[in-house]
Ligand binder design. Sequence first.
Ligand SMILES: N[C@@H](CCC(=O)N[C@@H](CS)C(=O)NCC(=O)O)C(=O)O
Length: 202
Amino acid sequence: MTLKIYGIPRSRALRPLWLAKELGIPHELVRVDMTRGEHHSPAFLAINPNGHVPAIDDDGLVLWESLATTLYLAKKHGGPLAPRDLAEDGLMTMWSFWAVTEAEGHALKILYNRALKPEAERNAAEAQASVEALRKPTAVLEAHLKDRPFLVGDRFTVADLNVASVYSYAKPAPELFEQAPRVLAWLDAALARPAFGAARNA
Ligand SMILES: N[C@@H](CCC(=O)N[C@@H](CS)C(=O)NCC(=O)O)C(=O)O
């Protein structure tokens, strides 16, 4: 059965979509229209009881939590994005959890208050506080990228995909990257990948 990815590209469903495009995994995007409340429908709640996108259905295996879906798909299909051994697996998991726990909340507040919300509803102070809060994790990332172009190993992996998908939310804060030129170059390179563009336009 074809892999089903539930969500829309302008959501965290972009993450499994991006991974599927990177690896050429046949998939069906099942659009869940959140503006119409479809993520709270009984049919969707039977797939993800949290009422969030994304979820995936891989031949009967249903998974939610976007970064869990990408790690699973990378490991299942193998190739350069996947961990080559348990050490790489640990590092890719570490960076993915780090992105969600240390960076995503701040990055999302930047995105909402600098880009997504109508201007009248934006909270400039909250955006500024989020930029300040993101400086420390960004310095950690900048230091890690000092001697290497990718997060794990010598190639673009699911760790880069996961962390870049989170950091893309912070792009409306260019001042964050003034002190982190390597992070900016790494992020721009990830977002310039054809598979990212294909996922955004899915
Ligand atoms: N930690 C979850 C978060 C999922 C999530 O909050 N998704 C958003 C869209 S990006 C959503 O479904 N929002 C609708 C809602 O919460 O009502 C993941 O990474 O998959």
